[in-house]
Design a protein around this ligand. Structure first.
Ligand SMILES: C[S@@+](CC[C@H](N)C(=O)[O-])C[C@H]1O[C@@H](n2cnc3c(N)ncnc32)[C@H](O)[C@@H]1O
Length: 242
């Protein structure tokens, strides 16, 4: 199992029970939906919500709803058994508004898993520590074009956000996503892409140093010495049973 698949599998595994109707809010290309399909089997109704028309693999058997998560959710009251949302809430105008909507659309006793990387916890064992810190902060603080807001320390804030919501906090979870190479989809590869975009956008003065830094990451990986990691956090919430 590649790191990326494992990451989405553990999100799917964190939803308790066997929910029949589940939505992934900000589903991207459907990686968490695929993990949900593996875990819940062919009978579950899976729905992805995305701001723009997205292509979900046909074999997933999931429905896509195009909607803006900054607005009321496109679901009837008490119509979802469960929902999850990974690496999206840091970009929304108001996480609190989303959670109020979740409380409306979940069935009583239904669960919501809110999860996010804490981008500021990204680390690399590269030689130039000062440059690495600067690059990580540039990445954590950048507002990518698809974001309405950016919060590179969102992971550590999920519990406070959850405590304010009209839902019960069932559990708080954390995982370390570790990359020992820069294979496609690894945390290291994704982070290098994010750092490169952030430098272009916000710190073009670092472009020259970035090239050497990326070469250092690849050299470490080539020698089998690379250590790159990022912390993922999640809160599991439940709509109180009536
Ligand atoms: C970093 S990606 C994460 C995708 C997916 N959850 C995953 O883990 O692979 C963030 C996704 O959230 C979506 N998104 C961001 N803001 C949104 C909004 N206001 N309404 C709907 N989708 C949104 C983006 O289009 C993007 O696909």
């Amino acid at each position: 199992v590649s790191g990326d698949r494992q990451r989405h599998a553990r999100l799917a595994a964190a939803l308790p029970g066997s929910p029949r109707r589940v939505a992934d809010l900000g589903c991207g290309n459907g990686r968490t939906l695929a993990a949900l399909r593996d875990r819940l089997g062919p009978e579950a109704e899976l729905i992805g919500v995305e701001r723009h028309e997205a292509k979900l693999p046909a074999e997933l058997g999931a429905t896509l709803i195009v909607a803006d998560l900054n607005k009321p959710l496109p679901f009837e009251d008490a119509s979802l058994d469960a929902a999850l949302c990974h690496n999206v809430v840091e970009a929304l105008v108001s996480p609190d508004a989303l959670l109020a909507e979740i409380a409306r659309v979940l069935v009583p006793g239904g669960h919501f898993l809110l999860s996010s990387s804490d981008f500021d916890t990204l680390l690399f064992n590269t030689q130039d520590l000062q440059l690495t810190r600067t690059l990580v902060h540039t990445f954590a603080d950048t507002q990518e074009p698809w974001m309405d807001r950016a919060d590179g320390t969102i992971g550590r804030k999920l519990r406070s956000i959850a405590k304010r919501a009209p839902l019960e906090v069932v559990d708080t979870l954390a995982w370390v996503e570790l990359s020992l190479d820069v294979s496609e989809g690894s945390a290291a590869e994704v982070a290098i892409g994010g750092i490169t975009g952030a430098v272009k956008r916000d710190r073009p003065d670092l472009a020259g140093q970035l090239g050497e830094w990326v070469a250092d990451v690849h050299a470490l990986a080539g020698r089998g010495e690379l250590v790159c990691s990022i912390n993922d956090y999640a809160v599991l919430l439940r709509r109180p049973a009536e």
